[in-house]
Design a protein around this ligand. Sequence first.
Ligand code: APR
Length: 239
Amino acid sequence: MSQISIKQEDRVFVLTGAGISAESGLPTFRASDGLWAGFRVEDVCTPDAWRRDPAGVWAFYSARRAQGSKANPNPAHIALAELEAQLPGRYFLCTQNVDNLHDRAGSRNLVHMHGELAKARCERECGRPPVDDRAIYASLDEVGRCSCGGRMRPHIVFFGEIPLEMPRIEREIAESTLMIVIGTSGNVYPAAGFVNWARQSGAQTVYIGPEPPLNASAFTHIVEGKAGEVLPGLFDVQS
Ligand code: APR
């Protein structure tokens, strides 16, 4: 497939994963030198870890904030923001990434289903919205409290928690005619199942990444390559 043709009647749903930020210098999760290497998921990214060791959880996410602050959007993030600008009202981006590289590239109709690194929220789910927080905490004493008294936690969806904005995501998938999935290994649900939902409603489904994902058989097309090299120039938007 040399180009992806987008017709006037198409509605596009894009799902991205850690692979789209790899060329910005952010490690993916499941590469051998990746983000989970050296950490056990249960130690840093579960509700139980937060109850047992909030200092350890904040140490992990503080390190990721430090790393994220040095990264910049790459040509793949920019190509998606440009695609959105060409498809007003017919484009939706769902990212599993907690970095802010899509936002900084100019994507607007965007949902961070696994949360955002640059925000914190009350651990008590007291109903107050997440707040901007880019601090790199050296100890738990520095972490603030909500006005209800709860400790602030990273605005990150831990394993075992329900991803954010699922009703909106489901609606967008049901309405889409073309799903484009970029840089995600197909290991983590519900995101890994979105392609099946799209197929059920008759959409074309394209995967872009250097190797086929676990759920490769569910895609109608696979484009092998690095996102930053493949995405610029990939879309042919018909006017
Ligand atoms: N361009 C596109 N894809 C790439 C690139 C690249 N330059 N480099 C690597 N990839 C692909 C890999 O081939 C792999 O399939 O990115 C994928 C990264 O997979 P994972 O590390 O499993 O990351 P992801 O699928 O986003 O993880 C999903 O799991 O740990 C949780 O909550 C975390 O959001 C995360 C979720």
